[in-house]
Design a protein around this ligand. Structure first.
Ligand code: FMN
Length: 177
């Protein structure tokens, strides 16, 4: 069962969770995958309530997102296992089925084709309204030094070579499982 929520009532716990790590779930070609994210923004533009996520170009998640511009953000609540974020952040869906491997339960989405995750029960259903490769030339030198040292290639889960793509998603539904 799902309880529909007003996202703004949960803005503080959502952002505090993002800082620690939440799950970003995608689906394309019948394949569901999830990965850890700890960068994300909740806000408003174009008269829409938005969640923006920043995905390095080498991620399997990026491939799925480019095929189907929908995603869910899955946020832990009291009783959730915090270790799931770490597990989903150090391996790629190219090699493993993370749902099977880590015992995640997909709950069918309502307004998007992407499921929520029962174990991380607060879900934001998002539809990409803007995709924007981030511009290295526009970044502060300190950000480039810290976030793009370029000593881990894009084929690795800890890649720091690739630039991020900002996927700005309109939050079309939000619920707690
Ligand atoms: C706590 C944590 C936060 C992360 N945040 C991000 C992020 O915001 N953006 C990103 O591209 N990768 C991030 N990662 C790395 C991806 O989760 C990781 O590379 C993952 O294996 C990619 O999975 P995929 O290849 O199945 O898409 C994070 C990893 C961890 C452990």
């Amino acid at each position: 069962m799902k309880k529909i929520i007003n996202v703004l009532d949960y803005a503080e716990p959502i952002l505090k969770s993002v800082r620690k790590g939440v799950l970003l779930t995608t689906v394309a070609d019948g394949r569901v995958n999830t990965m850890a994210i700890s960068w994300g923004m909740l806000g408003i533009e174009w008269g829409r309530l938005l969640f923006s996520t920043f995905v390095r170009t080498g991620r399997f998640t990026r491939e799925l997102l480019d095929k189907n511009g929908e995603f869910t953000v899955n946020i832990p609540m009291r009783g959730s296992d915090p270790a799931l974020v770490g597990k989903c952040g150090i391996c790629s869906g190219r090699e493993v089925d993370k749902f099977e491997q880590f015992g995640l339960t997909a709950e069918p989405g309502e307004k998007v084709a992407v499921p929520g995750i029962r174990e991380y029960p607060l879900a934001l259903e998002c539809r990409v309204v803007c995709r924007q490769e981030q511009d290295r030339a526009a970044m502060h030198a300190a950000v480039i030094r810290e976030c793009y040292p370029e000593n881990v290639g894009s084929e690795n889960w800890g890649a720091n070579h690739d630039i991020h793509i900002a996927y700005i998603g309109e939050i079309v539904n939000a619920y707690i499982i």
